[in-house]
Design a protein around this ligand. Structure first.
Ligand SMILES: NC(=O)c1ccc[n+]([C@@H]2O[C@H](COP(=O)([O-])OP(=O)(O)OC[C@H]3O[C@@H](n4cnc5c(N)ncnc54)[C@H](O)[C@@H]3O)[C@@H](O)[C@H]2O)c1
Length: 363
């Protein structure tokens, strides 16, 4: 596989490393020469032991075009759609765009959806947790039907974002990047949208369909340099009438990344970082937990698994992957609905027939 990665920051390094571990060739490019230097001298050797000379570094303007199997967009959310549209025109076998797919304004989202279909270039969205081992176990347990009729789903990604800034020592704080701006894809609603996406994934697994109603409360922080939500509380209802809840925040410390599917006969829980270096799946019935399964892994392992998933999906039916463009855009529609719901203090409905535009949000 030949891969081009846009963005030599945190995720660009993770995905370049994952691709190299799979023996792929990697061209890594950025608009910022300092970012390329940092990747080579600090981030990559700091995380993975040593720089890998097989990775070729390019300023975006001089990066090769065409002839790639996979193009990865690992830049801030506001550039994702433009870069993805250009990437599709390079005709790779697939494009992988980081989460969140775009800012909540959804500009050009429908255009991206249509171009991907028209050119037959599958686009994946980097919600890696749904293709992780813990999620796979949950899918098996749900398929086995042991929890009975599913009554509700809860997912929380509550994590103080100190860890993110520790991984970006060149940023002085949230105001220095999209992270401090919900409208640019940051804040708890965008940065921790893994939780919402996982909720939607579980709802899909149990046949509950897509989210059609969103009732949200967001706690916004605003000053001269930032405008972001630090707490994003979502009450969701799906096409089948299933109701549940998502909590995303950038304040909880120590963090909690957790999900629970509650059925009439039992429950199953998803835990990220249950113990150091371990995710977990816990199954139980009204008497309490009856089965606990630990999954040892590192964060770099998550991205190797994600790239393996992309290759496997390309070899079978990419449209059946849980990380399709459609799934990433479904998540962004709910994020957009959440901001509107919080602003107008009422429930917002989603009409999918209107496409991936703000016109799909109906009060
Ligand atoms: N899947 C995950 O778990 C995960 C983890 C980390 C980050 N992310 C996502 O990845 C994206 C990037 O986050 P990050 O932490 O790596 O950011 P970052 O700031 O560390 O790196 C982004 C890089 O993109 C570069 N860039 C900006 N515009 C560009 C362009 N047009 N072409 C090429 N390079 C460009 C910047 O110069 C910067 O070096 C975000 O959407 C974030 O949410 C996902």
């Amino acid at each position: 596989m030949r891969v081009k990665v846009f963005g030599a920051g945190s995720i660009g390094n993770h995905l370049s490393h994952a691709a190299r571990r799979l023996g792929w060739s990697v061209d890594l490019c950025d608009v910022d020469a300092a970012a390329l230097r940092r990747a080579k001298e600090e981030i990559y050797p700091g995380r993975y032991g040593a720089w890998d000379d097989a990775i070729k570094l390019f300023d975006v303007g001089s990066a090769p075009q065409g002839n790639y199997d996979l193009i990865v967009i690992g830049t801030p959310p506001e550039s994702h759609i433009d870069l993805a549209l250009e990437a599709i025109r390079e005709a790779p076998r697939a494009v992988l765009v980081e989460k969140p797919l775009c800012p909540p304004h959804l500009d050009h989202a429908q255009e991206l959806f249509e171009l991907s279909a028209e050119r037959g270039v599958p686009v994946f969205c980097g919600y890696d947790h749904v293709v992780g081992q813990a999620s796979e176990h949950i899918a098996e347990i749900l398929r086995a039907g042991v929890v009975g009729q599913v009554v509700t789903i809860d997912v929380e990604f509550r994590e103080h974002w100190g860890g993110i800034f520790a991984a970006h020592p060149w940023l002085a704080g949230p105001g220095d990047s999209y992270l401090g701006h919900s409208a640019r894809g940051g804040g708890a609603s965008g940065e921790h949208s893994h939780a919402l996406n996982l909720w939607q994934h579980f709802a899909n697994l149990v046949g509950a369909g897509r989210v059609v109603e969103v009732s949200a409360a967001l706690d916004y922080v605003e000053d001269d340099s930032v405008a972001y939500d630090r707490l994003c509380l979502l009450n969701l209802t799906t096409e089948s009438g299933l109701s549940g809840r998502v909590v995303q925040d950038v304040v909880t410390n120590p963090p909690r990344k957790w999900g629970r599917i509650q059925g009439a006969d039992g429950f199953v829980e998803w835990h990220c970082g249950y113990q150091p270096g371990c995710d977990a799946v816990i199954k139980g019935d009204p008497s309490g937990p009856t089965w606990e399964h630990m999954i040892q892994k590192t964060r770099p392992d998550d991205f190797i698994l994600e790239l393996r998933h992309v290759v496997a999906a390309l070899a079978s039916e990419p449209q059946r992957s849980p990380i399709t463009l459609e799934r990433g855009l479904d998540t962004m529609l709910v994020v957009a609905a959440a901001h509107r719901s919080a602003r107008e203090k009422r429930a917002v409905h989603i009409d999918y027939a209107k496409g991936y535009t703000l016109a799909a949000l109906v009060a």
